[in-house]
Design a binder for this molecule. Structure first.
Ligand SMILES: *Cc1c(COP(=O)(O)O)cnc(C)c1O
Length: 465
């Protein structure tokens, strides 16, 4: 008789199923860790009983590369250790926040100090004032800002604000950009250029997608056509200025300038989603690089320094439409949480030190030049791009400029490369469609080590080219 479900929580852990993923068979010959005692495997099986897919965010599940997710026990600087005590040089950085490296002593100290004074009050604090002042000082297009707890909340609130401010419903987004998982933003392109989008997730009502249009990224002509035909209906346009959720694809200057001009001309709001790029690609975010101001900016990741802090903000006349001043409602029990804000504020202070981004970039460029050389030597099609502490690795001869070009790359080579690197103790994002991140804690020796590993990894991949 089958035991009732709750007993499954205490069920004895069965020996792991044989690795049946074809990718894994390449590396299964001599596993470094006995599969019977592999803590990652044991924990993953336990996790899969009580958590869907064993993870609390899908890409952590290693589905696109195969194999077992690493369960991380601790991290320090550029390194992480899993539950087997295997060490990894980390190029994910918690998906962007860890720009100083993990557990920076000053950030940890600030968190401990804040925690000792109480974990949260549901009332305003001095730290929130300082945080808002720091954000507005560093990003000129921010006159006012509101703190929230995730990037998803920030973008969701930003589009509600754009709709509330303009009195229009239509939202425009771009293929390959990710803006969190709210209904209005989980929309993919419809059949025609200017036809309504379709839900990209089950559970998103078709009625919601009726108000979202999805255009190809970097396509200036499509943008002009859209505004010509529907400009008066557009509440806002949201984009990642450097798309980090389809690997790494930068908007062209022409595209950004056209977008800015068209939004202004038609009274639509430009929402620049800097949840990933904000204080990651430079001290003044992507807007500083392009010399373009958003009407509304969304922030997250780095501004929380590893804790849950995100924000949206922009022109004061727009932000005045937010409750309690205006009619656009938005709220959060944990918004501006003092412990989280302490981590974020300390991080923002540390990245303002002179030469911080130049240093990040020069280490990143060395890394990418080494990877490129290694790929060339192995005869693997490969290219790279970088801005600040964020980079892209592409299995294509030149960096892609659109979602279609990303999809046309040899992403099929990535899983083998990923696992070869992981076996070398180099932790890359477990997907060919994510950006990479470097931190201030990565040393020149770390970079050399990663390049040497890449030489062996590309050689392993080469026979499949
Ligand atoms: C990560 C990300 C989000 C979502 O942020 P969460 O904190 O994961 O909800 C939104 N937009 C961009 C550009 C992101 O990279």
């Amino acid at each position: 008789m089958r035991s009732p479900t709750p007993a499954a929580c205490n069920a004895q852990i069965h020996p792991p199923a044989p690795y049946n993923n074809p990718i894994f068979s390449l590396f299964a010959a001599e596993p470094a860790i006995d599969i019977m005692t592999d803590q990652n495997q044991i924990l993953f099986e336990q996790a899969s009983i009580t958590t869907p897919g064993g993870v609390n965010s899908p890409v952590r599940a290693f589905r696109s590369v195969g194999g077992t997710p690493r369960f991380i026990k601790r991290a320090l600087g550029a390194y992480m250790w899993d539950e087997n005590d295997t060490q990894y040089l980390d190029f994910v950085g918690s998906w962007g926040p860890a720009i100083l490296g993990h557990a920076h002593p000053k950030v940890v100290q600030a968190v401990q100090t804040a925690a000792a004074d109480g974990l949260g009050f549901g009332a305003p604090t001095r730290a929130e004032v300082e945080m808002a002042q720091a954000l507005c000082a560093m990003l000129p297009s921010l006159q006012q800002v509101r703190l929230v707890s995730s990037g998803t909340e920030a973008t969701m609130s930003a589009i509600r604000l754009a709709r509330g401010f303009t009195g229009r419903d239509l939202l425009v987004k771009f293929e390959g950009c990710y803006h969190g998982h709210s209904d209005s933003l989980l929309i993919k392109a419809g059949s025609g250029l200017l036809t309504q989008g379709n839900p990209s997730s089950a559970g998103v009502p078709q009625s919601v997608s009726n108000d979202t249009l999805v255009l190809p990224y970097n396509d200036v002509a499509a943008l002009q056509q859209l505004f010509k035909e529907k400009g008066a209906q557009v509440a806002g346009v949201i984009l990642e200025p450097i798309a980090g959720n389809m690997n790494f694809v930068r908007a062209s200057t022409e595209f950004m300038q056209t977008l800015r001009a068209l939004c202004t001309q038609h009274g639509a709001l430009l929402i620049i989603d800097e949840v990933m790029t904000g204080f990651r690609v430079g001290l003044h975010c992507a807007q500083g690089l392009y010399g373009i101001d958003a009407d509304i900016t969304t922030l997250g990741k780095v501004i929380g320094g590893g804790m849950p802090v995100a924000a949206f903000g922009g022109r004061a006349d727009i932000m005045a439409h937010m409750a309690p001043l205006g009619g656009v409602y938005q709220a959060g029990t944990l918004s501006g949480n003092p412990v989280a804000v302490a981590a974020g504020l300390t991080t923002l202070n540390l990245i303002r030190e002179t030469g911080f981004f130049e240093n990040l970039r020069s280490k990143g460029e060395t890394l990418l030049a080494g990877f490129t050389r290694a790929a060339q030597n192995a005869g693997v099609p490969f290219s790279t791009d970088i801005e600040g502490g964020m980079f892209g690795l592409f299995f294509s001869e030149t960096p892609p400029k659109s979602y279609a070009q990303v999809m046309a790359s040899r992403a099929d080579l990535f899983p083998a490369f990923f696992h070869a690197m992981l076996d070398e103790g180099i932790y890359l994002a477990p997907s060919a469609f994510e950006a990479g991140f470097i931190s201030a804690a990565h040393t020149d020796q770390d970079i050399e080590r990663a390049i040497a590993a890449a030489e062996r990894a590309f050689a392993k991949v080469a026979p499949s080219v």
